[in-house]
Design a protein around this ligand. Sequence first.
Ligand SMILES: NC(=O)c1ccc[n+]([C@@H]2O[C@H](COP(=O)([O-])OP(=O)(O)OC[C@H]3O[C@@H](n4cnc5c(N)ncnc54)[C@H](OP(=O)(O)O)[C@@H]3O)[C@@H](O)[C@H]2O)c1
Length: 301
Amino acid sequence: MKILITGSNGLLAQKIIFLALKESVNILATSKGVDRSSNFHQINYEYLSLDITNKDQVSSVINKFKPDVVFNTAAMTNVDLCEEMRHECDEINITAVGFLADACLQVNAHLIHFSTDFIFDGENGPYSEDDLPNPLSYYGLAKLKSEELLDYHEVKSSVLRTIILFGVGNNLSKNNIVLWAKEALESGKELNIIDDHYRAPTLAEDLAAASLFAAKEKVYGVFNVSGKDIMSIFELVVSVAEYFNLNSTLIARIHSSKLKQLAKRPIKTGFILDKAEKELNYHPHSFIESLEIIKNQLKNN
Ligand SMILES: NC(=O)c1ccc[n+]([C@@H]2O[C@H](COP(=O)([O-])OP(=O)(O)OC[C@H]3O[C@@H](n4cnc5c(N)ncnc54)[C@H](OP(=O)(O)O)[C@@H]3O)[C@@H](O)[C@H]2O)c1
């Protein structure tokens, strides 16, 4: 199998590549700028700089490599920035998905794309694939439009929606909540954490495994793929403190209205995982098991 992955400097991409390299696959990793992941030295791994908003570049790279599967993990993921920079958000999160879909159609490749719980309004979480989206933020709207674009496109595609990804990566351009909370508490910082928003945080390895399964077994369609434990953000951070024996008295509860964030966020998401369990053989770790995996990875780093 030949795999092309976009956004390879990001967390999810690094996990997909790590898993895929254990199989007999050829990987073309692509991201904006240089290869920062610097983890992979296998003969079947190659890196190329690719900005997915450049239509000609996308078409030429995909037509030359002729992948069987394209994983599109590249995205503008900062929700408040998307609210502010709507044009850039559209270009990366919607228009570029169209470029990838067109190129995949030309070489008959399977496009695996990633979306978010923020397509829902949070009034009735946890959500199944059949629930009606109603995004509150521009990021959520853009991701929903990218899903709809693939829905009407003739390309073979899978969309995996996920929630708060976390894990250990190499030279990531952004932190994730578990590592951020751990590092902040270790340095004795006092944290104000919202206790009125609920999520199902997702170990990046679990989502990577489901994505690879979709690629190998050619499973198409939309899937909700998150962790199995739904918790408030406050509970999440307290669990991190307790698991790593850090001082949880540094964590204060606040209401989300105190944060004055630009983008509106859903109150309670979480996913019903039945479809992913059945069709993607998805069996995620519990949140505590995931923390154990992270602890071991940090020990070996
Ligand atoms: N993270 C979450 O909590 C979360 C939740 C729900 C859904 N998702 C979705 O899951 C997917 C993967 O998320 P992630 O957390 O792994 O993302 P990430 O760590 O932010 O990785 C995205 C990567 O894409 C790269 N990129 C940005 N613009 C690009 C462009 N124009 N061309 C090529 N590469 C570009 C970024 O490069 P730089 O590193 O140089 O910036 C980054 O390395 C995304 O589709 C995201 O929307 C994520």
